[in-house]
Design a protein around this ligand. Structure first.
Ligand SMILES: Nc1ncnc2c1ncn2[C@@H]1O[C@H](COP(=O)(O)OP(=O)(O)O)[C@@H](O)[C@H]1O
Ligand SMILES: [Mg+2]
Length: 507
């Protein structure tokens, strides 16, 4: 009800014409109210036109994502701290879905899922905004995975090769070197033009800092983006992190570039989703995860692709990481992810404690599409290696009990131990294709069999310099390199035999 003085105040100082031009009509505004808020979620009433995944704006600038639409209440995941928002506060719909900045300006930066800088760099400018959820490229726009993505880790590149556009799960217990493998793969891209995006979901701030530091020291950080949703940030931000990172990657893929996306890790992502779903009182399913947990991961990982030449030929390779408990890869989330991806790299804690690092269990690991992309020079050498190595592992189990073995078995075992020593590799020391070929050749030809096991490390250390000196052409091998010719083999055999002798002497 307006009083007379109110009306007078409104009209004061206006001309007659202005007053005549005023139109007074009812306007519609939809207002919702917060019913309940806390623990990273809110229940809102009102706003009957809200759509799924719409961003809701709370008083004071807080945003939330509508994920649960009931008859009269909306379940909402908060994208920040609740702050001063209380039950009874006002909420508006925005008609928008969650968006994240994409573009060149992100390269080299550390940001969160909504693009807030977390490093001490300037605010992001000149970025387009893209929805965090986008449909995966349809079949028609996809090409087969044909180009390799080298990780620089011999055990992966030789035995479980990856292709650009592939999705490969890295799975294993806590502290078995999962992050280390992904970081080494990112560091190895310093020699390529692949853009790397590292999405940290629910990780400790100190672990994330270590990853960023390692890439800055050893890799090409100017071609990397770190999208961070640390363990202590709002669950909503952690939940959006992998989707936002994927959108950032898709931007570059659409330009015909190659992207490597590391999702560290999706077990924590699933746990965050379970947490908010339970708080929103959605019905729990197996292991208390909500029923759509498979779908949220498959729609994320389906966005990895190798685009057809008509679409620019770009690629997005996804390396999701999953953590197991006590080596149980048949738990719910790991099995889901194994079935979604094109293969897995399984890390065995037993190998890790035996100091076989990277602790890749070659028997339980597989790459279902990358094999076709492997450089022919490497493929020729690694095929027989896999079989010999598997035989050795089986034999070794028997001899553990101190069984007497004949000479032939002893030889096989000695040879196998050399293979294992060659497959071990320190962190931050990726191997080029030439070095990988030389190492596999040396061990395959039995050139290391006479070398005491503890001197194999010495052999590896001397190798790059030796090759540069004696077989410089080998260091220039590229992904299309054909299998070694007879003359190349002879040359390499000679060089490596003398190197093996050298390693024996100097050690
Ligand atoms: N190839 C390796 N050589 C030496 N140390 C390694 C290697 N891979 C991993 N580590 C070490 O093992 C520890 C656990 O690795 P991390 O990648 O953090 O495990 P996860 O991600 O599985 O929890 C780290 O301290 C890391 O430095
Ligand atoms: Mg880790």
């Amino acid at each position: 009800m307006s009083t007379l003085t109110d009306d007078l105040r409104l009209w004061a100082g206006r001309s007659r014409a202005q007053i005549d031009a005023l139109t007074v009509a009812p306007s519609l505004e939809q207002i919702g109210r917060v019913e309940q808020i806390g623990d990273g979620v809110a229940i809102v009433s009102g706003l009957p036109e809200t759509r799924l995944d719409e961003i809701l704006a709370f008083e004071g600038g807080l945003r939330g994502l509508a994920v649960d639409l009931g008859d009269s209440r909306i379940g909402c995941i908060l994208l920040g701290d609740a702050g001063s928002v209380r039950a009874g506060s006002i909420v508006h719909g925005t008609g928008n879905v969650a968006r994240t900045p994409v573009g060149e300006a992100l390269l080299g930066r550390v940001i969160d899922a909504l693009g807030t800088p977390l490093d001490d760099g300037p605010a992001l400018e000149g970025c387009a905004m893209a929805p965090v959820e986008q449909p995966a490229p349809p079949i028609i726009d996809r090409a087969l995975v044909t180009r390799p993505l080298a990780t620089g880790l011999l055990v992966v590149d030789a035995m479980i090769p990856l292709g650009r556009g592939q999705r490969e799960l890295i799975v294993g217990d806590r502290g078995t070197g999962k992050t280390a493998i992904a970081v080494d793969a990112m560091i190895n891209q310093r020699n390529t033009d692949v853009i790397c995006i590292y999405a940290a979901i629910g990780q400790k701030a100190s672990s994330v800092a270590q990853v960023i530091d390692a890439v800055r020291r050893h890799g090409a950080p100017e071609r990397c983006i770190f999208v961070v949703g640390e363990a202590d940030t709002a669950p909503g931000l952690q939940w959006l992190t992998p989707y936002a990172a994927c959108s950032m990657g898709e931007y570059f893929m659409a330009q015909g570039r190659d992207v490597l996306l590391v999702l560290d890790d999706l077990t924590k992502h699933a746990a965050v989703y379970r947490q908010v779903s339970l708080l929103l009182r959605r019905p729990p399913g197996r292991e208390a995860y909500p029923g759509d947990i498979f779908y949220i991961h498959s729609r994320l990982l389906e966005r990895a692709a190798h685009l057809s030449p008509e679409k620019g030929g770009g690629s997005l390779t996804a390396l999701p990481i999953a953590e197991t408990q006590a080596g149980n890869i048949s738990a719910y989330i790991p099995t889901n992810l194994i079935s979604i991806t094109d293969g897995q790299i399984y890390l065995d804690p037993r190998l890790f404690y035996e100091d076989q690092k990277p602790a890749v269990d070659v028997g339980k690991s597989v790459s279902r599409v990358g094999g076709k992309t492997q450089a022919p020079a490497l493929k020729a050498l690694s095929e027989s290696l896999r079989l010999t190595y598997a035989q050795f592992l089986e034999l070794e189990v028997f001899t553990r009990f101190g069984t007497m073995v004949d000479d032939r078995t002893k030889k096989t075992i000695d040879h196998g131990r050399r293979i294992r020593a060659v497959l071990a590799q320190p962190q931050f020391a990726p191997l080029g294709l030439g070095e990988q070929v030389a190492l596999l050749f040396a061990v395959g030809e039995g050139l290391l069999d006479e070398l005491p096991l503890e001197h194999v490390g010495r052999f590896r250390a001397l190798l790059p310099g030796w090759l540069a000196d004696r077989c410089p052409t080998l260091l220039k091998l590229d992904d299309a390199a054909r299998a070694l010719t007879e003359t190349q083999q002879a040359e390499l055999r000679m060089a490596l035999t003398t190197l093996a002798q050298e390693a024996r002497k100097t050690a």
